[in-house]
Design a protein around this ligand. Structure first.
Ligand code: ZN
Length: 95
């Protein structure tokens, strides 16, 4: 095991959850949710009826104009971070 690998292991002890992201990802997130900037941005949706906000996940933007691509898994710890996206109600689902 390389030194780099063991350093990564040390920092990934806390993996991403719905409430908090792992340190390597946290360090690279833009400070503002829905930020119009290049990089990793936390995407938050607001329910216009109730005013509640919900974190849906993290998007990677290649520029300020890029709407962003949602990440399915964290590129650093490998945890699935799209749960907030998946939990969106699916209209027309009668099952
Ligand atoms: Zn992570």
């Amino acid at each position: 095991m390389s030194a780099r690998q063991s350093a990564t292991d040390d920092r990934s002890m806390r993996r991403c959850t719905l409430d908090a992201y792992c340190q390597p990802l946290e360090d690279r997130l833009e400070p503002d949710a829905n930020a119009r900037r290049k990089g990793f941005v936390v995407m938050v949706l607001m329910n216009m009826t109730t005013g509640d906000t919900r974190k849906v996940g993290v998007a990677y933007k290649t520029s300020a104009k890029d709407p962003g691509l949602m990440l399915n898994v964290c590129p650093f710890c490998g945890a699935e971070i799209d749960a907030g996206f998946k939990n969106q109600p699916v209209s027309g689902d009668t099952a």
